[in-house]
Design a protein. Structure first.
Length: 251
């Protein structure tokens, strides 16, 4: 039997109470990682807390809280090996209907939090190495007419990732930084979006049909890509993007 792929690595995952974050936490735990899980919904992390996992409430837009969370990881484990910047929000609105408040909220949660997380991770990883995985979206690669703020925020995640990767590589820090780009995935966020439609089943069918594979993705499938980037198997991979979209962007 092969050794667990994240044996004894310390991994911080934001937005871990549900969806992709929760699937990632479960997979990382099964692969031997020591976890630090954060979310605004701390009750959603109760099952992990009961098993002794370090769980913390975190507003990822709060600069000071980022320092506290990373320092809590260091206090418990002495180091941080992996950061998964997963927390995010989807805000629907086109260039005519989106408000400035929509825009600013989307940037703060989806892109500014990634900047803050990367900065804190680099602070404690540099010189000893580590892996940062930023969760973007296919909307960070291709446009969507009805999601102007979301597209902008996820595009920012994509290029922030590349900038961090290049900086850390050229500094010799041993810190890798990559992004993952899911398409429509069966999470509570996507299900909530579907439920607000005039015809939810028609929309569900349309989202499934958008991928050449003919279905939406599963959180565990995205988590598997994140696991690869977190593990030493991807030691020569930095500044890259892994698309998990059933072929949507290949068209």
């Amino acid at each position: 039997m092969s050794a667990p792929r994240l044996q004894d690595k310390v991994a911080l995952i934001t937005g871990a109470a549900g969806g992709i974050g929760r699937a990632c936490a479960a997979l990382f735990e099964a692969e031997g990682a020591r976890l630090v899980l954060t979310d605004l919904d701390i009750s959603g992390l109760a099952a992990f807390a009961e098993r002794g996992v370090l769980t913390l409430a975190q507003d990822v837009t709060d600069e000071g809280r980022w320092r506290e969370v990373v320092d809590a990881a260091l206090s418990r484990f002495g180091r941080l090996d992996v950061l998964v910047n997963n927390a995010g929000v989807a805000i629907v609105g086109n260039i005519e209907t989106a408000t400035l408040d929509d825009w600013r909220r989307c940037q703060a949660i989806n892109s500014e939090s990634v900047f803050l997380g990367c900065r804190e991770a680099v602070r404690v990883m540099k010189g000893r190495g580590g892996s940062i995985v930023n969760i973007s979206s296919v909307a960070g690669i291709i446009g969507d007419a009805q999601s102007v703020a979301y597209c902008a925020s996820k595009g920012a995640v994509r290029l922030t990732t590349k900038s961090v990767a290049l900086y850390c590589a050229r500094k010799g820090y041993g810190v890798r930084c990559n992004s993952v780009h899911p398409s429509f995935t069966r999470t509570a966020m996507v299900e909530g979006f579907i439920s607000t439609a005039r015809d939810p089943e028609r929309l569900r069918d349309g989202l499934a049909a958008a991928a050449p594979l003919g279905r939406m993705g599963e959180p565990q499938e995205v988590a598997a890509a994140i696991l690869y980037l977190a593990s030493d198997e991807s030691a020569f991979t930095t500044g890259a993007e892994i698309v998990v979209d059933g072929g949507l962007t290949a068209q």
